[in-house]
Design a protein around this ligand. Structure first.
Ligand code: C5P
Length: 316
């Protein structure tokens, strides 16, 4: 839905466009196959990304400098300076398009920090889409995804959304053929986040010492399940090579996974590098019930229901 656009006074005098509001989803990895460590410090990935209905929202207005404010998840913890991915994304787009990086940006965060849901990457994708509209640079989604790849491995996927295959270090995206089915998820958010680089290092350590589980195979079974409508079939094909690492770093997650399955989830996995756990439910009502039970069981900070796939970063 596009909100009626009303320029503020200053914008109106200048005949400028704005404000632009962009909504961007969180992601989970339905399959996260982690290959060897590359010379550039990244791991080769074979992943299936899936965008779910937990959103951050970025509003961009005309300004004389580049400034970022925020509210919601992570306020007071997240630096709002040049290290913030939103600011880095705005600079990257301005540099590419040859415009001044001037905007007043406001972020409303619902995606938790360091949760394995790509919240920071989502915000970078939102900044690219919002500033492209604000500045009238008119880049294609593929061009924006090209800029996105330099900002983080998950950022290109969040420009597109839906369900998609990610290869390389995760930045090379190709769409997945799937039936137009909506899957129902329960997202169990932990009290304290986990660092992504640390989770990858922990997986390397577990593999070096022979303590890691067998790596995931191909995505064929998952891609086949996505072409059907049966969540029970999909449940059998979800997997995450980083899960062992997340569990080694945060043993309490085993209780969270167990509680979700005891509450009737078809399966539960750690999302990305964790510590968020995601559970597949048979339907919307089941998801609500599982979320309530997880909250009552006190095995997470908060349990939210979500559905997917949803679109990537979009104006409106
Ligand atoms: O790409 P992004 O900046 O989100 O990655 C954060 C960190 O996660 C990297 O610095 C790296 O340590 C780890 N990573 C990895 N292999 C990938 C993606 C991320 O080792 N394919």
């Amino acid at each position: 839905m596009t909100e009626a656009w009303r320029p503020d006074d200053e914008d109106e005098r200048r005949g400028a466009i704005g404000p632009v509001k962009v909504r961007v989803p969180a992601k989970v990895n339905l399959h996260l196959g982690v290959g060897p460590l590359r010379r550039d410090g990244y791991h080769e990935l074979n992943t299936v990304y899936h965008a779910i209905s937990i959103y951050d929202e970025l509003t961009a207005r005309r300004g004389d400098t580049l400034a970022l404010t925020m509210e919601g998840e992570g306020t007071g913890e997240l630096a709002l300076d040049d290290t913030n991915l939103v600011i880095r994304a705005a600079h990257a787009l301005a540099g590419y398009a040859g415009v001044l990086p001037h905007a007043r940006l406001h972020l409303r965060k619902q995606i938790p920090l360091a949760g394995g849901l790509a919240g920071g990457s989502a915000d970078a994708a939102a900044a690219l889409v919002a500033c492209d509209a604000l500045w009238g640079t008119g880049l294609s989604r593929d061009e924006l995804a090209g800029i996105a790849a330099d900002l983080g491995s998950d950022v290109p996927f969040l420009i597109y959304g839906g369900t998609a295959l990610g290869t390389g270090r995760g930045e090379a995206i190709s769409p997945v053929l799937a039936r137009p089915t909506s899957w129902h998820w329960v997202v169990a958010i932990a009290e304290v986040g986990l660092s992504t680089p640390t989770a990858y290092r922990e997986l390397d350590r577990l593999r070096d010492s022979g303590a890691a589980g067998a790596p995931l195979g191909s995505t064929d079974a998952l891609l086949g399940a996505l072409r059907q409508r049966d969540p029970r079939v999909l449940a059998r094909t979800l997997g995450n090579d980083l899960q062992d690492a997340a569990l080694a770093m945060r043993p309490a997650l085993a209780a969270t996974l167990k509680a979700g399955e005891a509450a009737g989830a078809l399966t539960g996995i750690v999302s990305g590098s964790g510590p968020t756990c995601v559970f597949l439910a048979a339907g919307a009502a089941d998801a609500e019930r599982i979320a309530a039970e997880l909250t009552a069981a006190d095995v997470c900070r908060e349990a939210r229901v979500a559905h997917g796939p949803v679109a990537g970063a979009r104006v409106g």
